[in-house]
Design a protein around this ligand. Structure first.
Ligand code: NAD
Length: 490
């Protein structure tokens, strides 16, 4: 059985209290290993290691930090298959997805930030004499310095993908890192730690500490010597972190939940919209923060979209994620399956119509190995009350609800009618309408005639209850650095 230990100061160590949490394979329900259950003491030891490593790491030339990150990316690419296998085993996601998306994107994250640090420059400008009262002719330039130890906390849905999305910019800009992967999916974080030794990362620069949210994650948030917290996870935990970090005046980035609308207008390419919706709804069993969960459809094309998406959902058969032909795997845990099923059951009891799915597959329909796994059928629902839990709260599973609209204003108002503001997808052939609606929806990301088409340079994040701050590109490079303005009188 695999035992995932903490990686602190360049070595794998037992948690101080010697306690471990079980690691369960979602596709089978079987125990496959255990993961360190760290507490405040472990976090303190890791923080001290990261603090000791900080000075030397921060003062290395950016080109050297870049070289090490690119080396780590090369090693990860070399070991792609082993990482993909581990990611699929831990999460229940199809191996094909881990091979094509999770691990290649993790490699891309390391390369992107490992090279962007070579191309980032400081701002500089001249001040005119008399520009403001008392001003003399001067030159202002802004230095950007790393902030110290960065605490990085990530969720289970895209484990290495989201962890490297934080590690890469933090390290590239000269911070040292204490990161905590989700306790449900710890393996690839530990594997990356092992690769970092081979890549030549100095001890203490990257520390990976495991454990439950409150005990380990909470201790990171509260530690006095971790001034920067980057968190991706649920809105409820994000709110708690905001309070604790606010009390301590820490800098925080919060990437939280969503209730993302997809708006399909009557002038859309309906076939393309339905094909994209099938991906947007059911990729990774609907466990991507960007997944579309509310589908707003113009009344004229409602029946076509409904019939098309139901046919596609019914064709998706839950299967063994380790099978290369599997495209729809297991949910991440028994607790999460029960949450998803509970929301659908309550919607059904309140009168919503389940067009397909809405149930756990019978064990006899699953591969023998997977009979005890946490599977749920792709589910399409219509007729739910607008203010019910299904329409207002994040499900984070393979469940979508359909609703019709008549006018653009109505679509915009429905799109904006939850507390979340992460991503909106719009399908229309009318360029003016596309721009008008994109401007009017209150969220951080809009896709027009596409979904999850990512460019790592763009600002990534949500508005309202979907988060605070942005990741990606120069936003991340700014987040992990402290600006210092220097004014030189000429
Ligand atoms: P979660 O909030 O339960 O946990 C996320 C991480 O935070 C885990 O590592 C967990 O151990 C840790 N954690 C839990 N309680 C903590 C606490 N009190 N202090 C510090 N850390 C704590 O979320 P999850 O169930 O792992 O992930 C699913 C959620 O993540 C969904 O809401 C999804 O929308 C969100 N998510 C958002 C994005 C985004 O970019 N906006 C991306 C992926 C997932």
């Amino acid at each position: 059985m695999d035992r995932v230990r903490n990686f602190i100061d360049g070595a794998f160590v037992e948690p101080l209290a010697g306690r471990y949490l079980p690691n369960i394979e979602p596709a089978t329900g079987r125990l496959i290993g255990e993961v360190a259950q760290s507490e405040a003491g472990d976090i303190d030891v890791a923080t001290r290691a990261a603090q000791r490593a900080f000075g030397a790491w921060a003062s290395r030339p950016a080109s050297e930090r870049s070289r090490l990150l690119l080396r780590l990316a090369d090693l990860l690419e070399r070991d792609l298959e082993a990482f993909a296998q581990a990611e699929s085993l831990d999460t229940g996601k199809p191996i094909s997805l881990a091979r094509a998306v999770d691990i290649p994107r993790s490699v891309a994250n390391l390369r992107f930030f490992g090279t962007s640090v070579l191309h980032t420059k400081s701002a500089m400008h001249e001040t005119d004499a008399g520009a403001t009262p008392g001003a003399a002719h001067a030159i202002n330039y802004t230095l950007r310095r790393p902030r110290g130890v960065a605490g990085l906390i990530s969720p289970w849905n895209l484990p290495l993908y989201l962890l490297t999305w934080k590690i890469a910019p933090a390290l590239a800009t000269g911070n040292t890192v204490l990161c905590k992967p989700s306790e449900i999916t710890p393996t690839t974080g530990a594997m990356l730690a092992r690769l970092s030794i081979e890549a030549g990362l100095p001890a203490g620069v990257l520390n990976v500490v495991h454990g439950a949210g409150e005990g380990a994650g909470g201790a990171i948030v509260k530690h006095a010597d971790i001034p920067t917290i980057s968190f991706t996870g649920s809105t409820a935990v994000g709110r708690w972190i905001a309070r604790e970090a606010g009390e301590r005046l820490k800098r925080v980035s919060l990437e939280l939940g969503g209730k993302n609308p997809m708006i399909i207008f009557d002038d859309a390419d309906v076939d393309d919209a339905v094909a994209t919706l099938a991906r947007a709804a059911f990729t990774n069993q609907g466990q991507v923060c960007l997944c579309a969960s509310r589908v707003l459809i113009h009344r004229k094309v409602f029946d076509r979209v409904r019939d098309g998406i139901v046919a596609r959902a019914m064709a998706l058969k839950p299967g063994d994620p380790s099978d290369p032909t599997c495209v729809f795997g297991a949910l991440s845990s028994a607790a999460h399956l029960s949450k998803v099923a509970g929301i659908v059951d309550r919607a059904r009891n309140q009168g919503a119509q389940i067009l397909c799915g809405g149930s756990v597959p019978a064990p006899s329909t699953l591969p023998k190995r997977c009979e005890g796994g946490f599977f749920y059928h792709p589910t399409v629902i219509t007729g739910a009350a607008h203010d019910c839990e299904l329409e207002q709260e994040e499900v984070f599973g393979p469940v979508i609800s359909l609703r019709s609209f008549d006018t653009d204003d109505e679509a915009i108002s429905l799109a904006n009618s939850t507390k979340y503001g992460l991503a909106t997808t719009i399908f229309t052939r009318d360029v003016s309408r596309a721009h008008a609606v994109a401007g009017a929806v209150d969220c951080g990301i809009v896709w027009i005639n596409c979904w999850m088409l990512r460019d790592l340079r763009t600002p990534f994040g949500g508005s309202r209850q979907s988060g605070v701050g942005r990741e990606g590109g120069s936003e991340a490079m700014r987040f992990f650095t402290e600006p210092k303005n220097v004014c030189v009188r000429v």
